[in-house]
Design a protein around this ligand. Structure first.
Ligand code: FAD
Length: 262
């Protein structure tokens, strides 16, 4: 959309091909609505259309409908920005059990209007923005459907107050844990002002943080029943490289109905 915006201003005749039903990519289908109201994306899209760009939604480029086909339609240059929509895997025993989902898949499904039942207790593995989005969305799924809230830009400014109010409404029956390899100070979410704010809001909403733990195994039968963690004593070595060390004698097990990999 950024490229279409700039090219349209420069006077080019621009068409955006989008596979999904609406434009915005991860902004619309990944980032939760409480953080980015869809009206903001709609307004941006409307501005780009007013500048002269055309959106062809629900139109994926494929092996058949390819650049050759587009050239035949008269297009002369292509800017490819198909994103990175695949979620992260975790290579530990049990990660193929039912109830283990990727955060991006979870958010994409919810944002496309599909039901995703994570159960009452959720473990989110990861310490970045996506982990917090998944955790805070899971909390919201339990206590208050998003559609009940009018999503405006003003609502975002008032978000912490609204979150606290909604947190108070929470039944208390559900648990959402976020587990990160890094200490609280090292967590990716702690490295930006926005991330710090999200951490604070997540805690206010009842998300439980467990820094400095690494997942060792996902437990259960066919379906996940728990996760075993081992204490992480160091994430980065003296050269600043990712090189975690663990204290194998210090372990923790969390019972859970589902695991979200972020
Ligand atoms: C949960 C989450 C939270 C995030 N939070 C933040 C944040 O707080 N701040 C921040 O700056 N960034 C954040 N990001 C990252 C941000 O969303 C991305 O950096 C940004 O969306 C990347 O834009 P993009 O256009 O490159 O790709 P995308 O947004 O992934 O868009 C790619 C588009 O291409 C379409 N497409 C793919 N294949 C085809 C095809 N064959 N034919 C036609 N269309 C196709 C897709 O449907 C999609 O609409 C977050 C991401 C996620 C997932």
């Amino acid at each position: 959309m950024g490229c279409a915006h700039d090219l349209a201003i420069m006077g080019y005749d621009v068409t955006v091909f989008e596979a999904l039903p609406d434009v915005g990519g991860m902004l619309r289908y990944g980032i939760p609505e409480y953080r980015l109201p869809r009206g903001v994306i709609d307004r941006e899209a409307a501005i780009i259309e007013r500048l002269g760009a055309t959106f062809k939604t629900g139109t994926a480029l494929t092996a058949e409908y390819n650049f050759r086909a587009l050239r035949e339609e008269g297009f002369e240059a292509f800017f490819i920005s198909i994103g990175a929509m695949r979620g992260r895997d975790l290579n530990i025993p049990g990660s193929d059990k039912d109830g283990v989902v990727k955060a991006v898949d979870y958010l994409l499904n919810l944002n496309r209007g599909y039901q995703v039942n994570l159960g009452d207790r959720v473990v989110v593995i990861g310490g970045g923005s996506v982990a917090l989005d998944a955790a805070r969305t899971a909390v919201r799924e339990f206590y208050n459907p998003m559609e009940e809230i009018e999503m405006t830009a003003e609502a975002v400014v008032a978000q912490p107050a609204m979150d606290a109010a909604r947190g108070a409404l929470r039944s208390g029956a559900s648990e959402v844990h976020v587990i990160s390899l890094e200490s609280l100070e090292e967590m990716p979410a702690s490295r930006t002002i926005q991330g710090k704010e999200e951490l604070r809001e997540a805690l206010e909403e009842g998300v439980k943080l467990h820094p400095a733990w690494g997942p060792r195994a996902i437990l259960g039968g066919e379906r996940v029943e728990g996760v075993e963690f081992v204490n992480c004593t160091r994430v980065f070595d003296e050269n600043g490289r990712f090189n975690p060390e663990f204290d194998e004698s210090n372990t923790m097990t969390l019972e859970t109905d589902s695991v979200v990999l972020a």
